[in-house]
Each structure stands twice: as structure tokens, then as C-alpha cells.
Design a protein around this ligand. Structure first.
Ligand code: NAI
Ligand code: MG
Length: 377
């Protein structure tokens, strides 16, 4: 019988979130079967605009204890901009989870997978394989500030950046630990200390201080403007890239964009300090989601790429400590994309979804990855 069992909150959300979730759950179940652990899904229809239409709110009142009863949260995508304003749907669900569970790390692998075409010319997997680490709770996204003399010619608007020692140190330390665990052992810090002359020199100072604890990790820093240029022109120089909330936000979209389609990109919102021993109202579960949104333009057509959702599940398995299963899922994604691309080029069966220039479906690509996982052991 399975040695480990995990309780997972399943929140598919809206649009293609509802379509990519079932194949992703089947892939993770396949991994659980092969590697001998059990996944208990708790399916919840809330954190969706459908729920909002029925109840006038995004979440039930007891959402917090319901999620705290789970080891992790598996999230599809939320948003139906035609009927519910995005600030209501996102702030009323995902952004609330990030804040309430202090998910202070936003982690996004950027890897060009063989078989997926990059918008950058002449690149393959060896050229792009890095992770962005974004501070997810403070920094430039603070609510400190306001407007004064509104509507007069003295109208003044101020919003302050907030860098706390705790907030800055924990994200930088996490990034150093991650860099240490990877073969290249290299950390790149995003800064702008030439222009933002108070907070960014502080950020640089903390990188330097904490870096002394990691003599085995090579450290580089770039101002955010040239760093963006390097993402496009020299993506091979990066391993782990750490940035404040704003810089990390920008980089964590630019990175996946360089690796082909947004449809394959995963994301983890982590609270690495929460310990499994905690329970009740103190446990703070982490959340795993694809980078993409609900994609109303293709919702209902059955052609959404399920890889971002599956890869996010792979990150969840790794987070839960099921490393072998996580590796198997990643290997299956890589093999299926590579083989499918070859078949596509030969003009044979084409199971790649349209965002990868194919004629495939969510169901077909999901099944292929599930079958590939079942072959591993
Ligand atoms: P989006 O990511 O939903 O779509 C952007 C474009 O990428 C569309 O053309 C879409 O068809 C395509 N795309 C996205 N995922 C795909 C996939 N798996 N396979 C194939 N093509 C895919 O972003 P958009 O259109 O700006 O936002 C739509 C809604 O989603 C909005 O309500 C927005 O607020 C919400 N959203 C939610 C997020 C979340 O739940 N974390 C993240 C981003 C947006
Ligand atoms: Mg963003």
C-alpha cells in the first residue's frame, strides 16, 4: 500500500483552467501509481467567476480552513473579463491566497524544451534553462501612499516601495539555496541601484552580505534594463535569477516568453518556511499553477495546451518530496514533445496543440503524456 498520502485542493477556476485540469490530474495519478503514493483530490468549484455569478463572491466564508486542511493547492486559472472585472476575480482569489498564506516566493522555471520552437532564432534546450525567483509579497507592490490635492493643479500621487529586511533576506536566501542545488551554481540579481538610489542599493547590500554564506555560488548583478536585453540575446548565461516583486514580475513573463508558448510554462507560489508539522490555522500551503490565464479566446474548444498545468503539477510533486515521480513527469513531457514534434515535421500524426503549431487537442496531448508516465518506473 502507498507509503505516503497527500491531500490536494483542486481549484480549476475558469475557462481553459477547467479543460487542462482533468488531463493533468490523470498524469499525476499515473505518477502516483508508478511510484507508490496516494493523492487525495478535494475538488472545489470556487475561486471562479461561475461561483461568483451564483454566490456574489469568489470564495465561501470557510475557504481558509478548507485550504489549510490540504498539503498543497493545485490551481487552474481564474478570470472571465467579459462578465467579472479582473481586479475582483484575481484579488478575490489567487492574490488573496498568495497574501494570506505568505507565499513569498514565486518560482518559474524557464526551459526551452526540445520540440518547442523558441521565438528566439537558433536556440535549443541547452541554451535556455534557468529559474526566476520573484519576491511575491512586498517591494514595489505596497499599498503605502495616496493622492493629495486631487483634481487641482497641485494633484500629487505617491506610492512607496517597502523593502523589509525579513522580506528581502528570505527571498535572496531562497535563491542562493536554489543556486547551490543546481549544477551551474550561479545567481543573477536584478537591480537598478543606479536609478533607484535607496531601496536598490539596500537590495544589492543584502545580496552581498548573504552571498558570503554561499562562497560556492557565483554571483552576478545587472540593472533590470540590460538584464531584459540579456534574457533575449544571451539567455544561456542564466541559472537562477532573483528579483524584487516588480522586477521579478517582468522577468518571470519575459523568461517563459523566450521559451516558446505560454501554454507550457509552470509557476509555484511557495511559502518555504511553513513546516509540515503545523496544522489548523497556522499551516500555510503553497500553490501550483500554470503561468497562463483562462484564455477566453480558446475556451470550450478543447485545444488548450495542458503542459503548463501538468508541469505545475510536476513542481508540486517535487515540493511534496516525491522527486522520482517529479523527474518521471518531466521526462515524459520532454519525450512526448520531442517525439511529437518529429512526427509533425514528418507530416505524420500531429498531437501538438495549435499554440505549438499543431492540430492536436488537450485530451490527446494529455493522454500521450499520461501513457508515457505509466511506462516509467
Ligand atoms: P491568457 O494567458 O489567458 O491568454 C493569453 C493568450 O495565450 C491567449 O491568446 C490564449 O489563447 C493563449 N493561451 C494561454 N494559455 C494557453 C494554453 N494553455 N494553450 C494555448 N494557448 C494558450 O491571458 P489573458 O487573455 O490576458 O487573460 C485572460 C483571463 O485570465 C483574464 O481574466 C486574466 O485576468 C486571467 N489571468 C489569470 C491568471 C491566473 O489565474 N493566474 C494569469 C493570467 C491571466
Ligand atoms: Mg505577470
Amino acid at each position: 500500500s502507498p507509503s505516503h498520502s497527500y491531500v490536494i485542493a483542486v481549484l480549476p477556476g475558469d475557462g481553459i483552467g477547467i479543460e487542462v485540469m482533468p488531463p493533468a490530474l490523470r498524469c499525476l495519478e499515473a505518477a502516483a501509481k508508478v511510484f507508490g503514493f496516494h493523492l487525495e483530490w478535494r475538488h472545489y468549484p470556487w475561486a471562479s467567476c461561475t461561483y461568483y455569478h451564483q454566490h456574489g463572491k469568489m470564495l465561501p466564508d470557510n475557504w481558509k480552513p478548507l485550504l489549510q486542511a490540504c498539503d498543497a493547492i493545485y490551481f487552474g486559472a481564474v478570470g472571465d473579463p467579459a462578465t467579472v472585472p479582473d481586479h475582483i476575480s484575481l484579488w478575490g482569489s489567487l492574490l488573496l491566497f498568495r497574501r494570506e498564506f505568505d507565499q513569498y516566493i514565486n518560482l518559474r522555471p524557464c526551459r526551452l524544451i526540445s520540440g518547442v520552437t523558441s521565438p528566439l532564432a537558433n536556440r535549443d534546450g541547452k541554451h535556455i534553462d534557468f529559474v526566476t525567483v520573484r519576491e511575491n509579497t512586498e517591494g514595489e507592490y505596497s499599498s503605502i501612499g495616496g493622492r493629495i490635492f486631487e483634481g487641482t493643479d497641485r494633484e500629487t500621487v505617491i506610492q512607496n516601495t517597502v523593502f523589509t529586511r525579513i522580506g528581502v533576506d528570505r527571498v535572496i536566501r531562497y535563491a542562493f539555496e536554489l543556486a547551490r542545488s543546481r549544477p551551474a551554481k550561479k545567481l543573477t540579481s536584478a537591480t537598478k541601484s543606479n536609478g533607484i538610489s535607496i531601496t536598490m542599493p539596500y537590495w544589492d547590500e543584502r545580496v552581498e552580505v548573504i552571498g558570503k554564506e554561499y562562497p560556492d555560488v557565483k554571483v552576478e548583478k545587472y540593472h533590470i534594463d540590460i538584464l531584459c536585453a540579456h534574457f533575449v540575446q544571451r539567455p544561456h548565461i542564466f541559472d537562477v535569477v532573483v528579483g524584487s516583486n516588480l522586477f521579478g514580475d517582468i522577468l518571470s513573463d519575459l523568461g517563459p516568453a523566450c521559451t516558446g508558448t505560454i501554454g507550457i510554462a509552470p509557476s509555484a507560489n511557495l511559502n518555504p518556511s511553513a513546516t509540515r508539522g503545523e496544522s489548523g490555522d497556522t499551516w500555510m500551503p503553497s500553490l501550483f499553477e500554470p503561468v497562463h490565464g483562462s484564455a477566453p479566446d480558446i475556451a470550450g474548444k478543447g485545444i488548450a495546451n495542458p503542459v503548463g498545468m501538468i508541469w505545475a503539477g510536476q513542481m508540486m510533486l517535487e515540493h511534496l518530496g516525491e522527486k522520482d515521480a517529479a523527474n518521471a513527469v518531466m521526462g515524459a513531457i520532454e519525450r512526448v514533445l520531442k517525439v511529437s514534434r518529429s512526427a509533425q515535421l514528418r507530416g505524420e500524426s500531429d498531437i501538438l496543440t495549435p499554440d505549438m503549431h499543431g492540430k492536436g487537442t488537450t485530451e490527446g496531448l494529455g493522454r500521450a503524456i499520461e501513457e508515457e508516465i505509466l511506462k516509467s518506473s
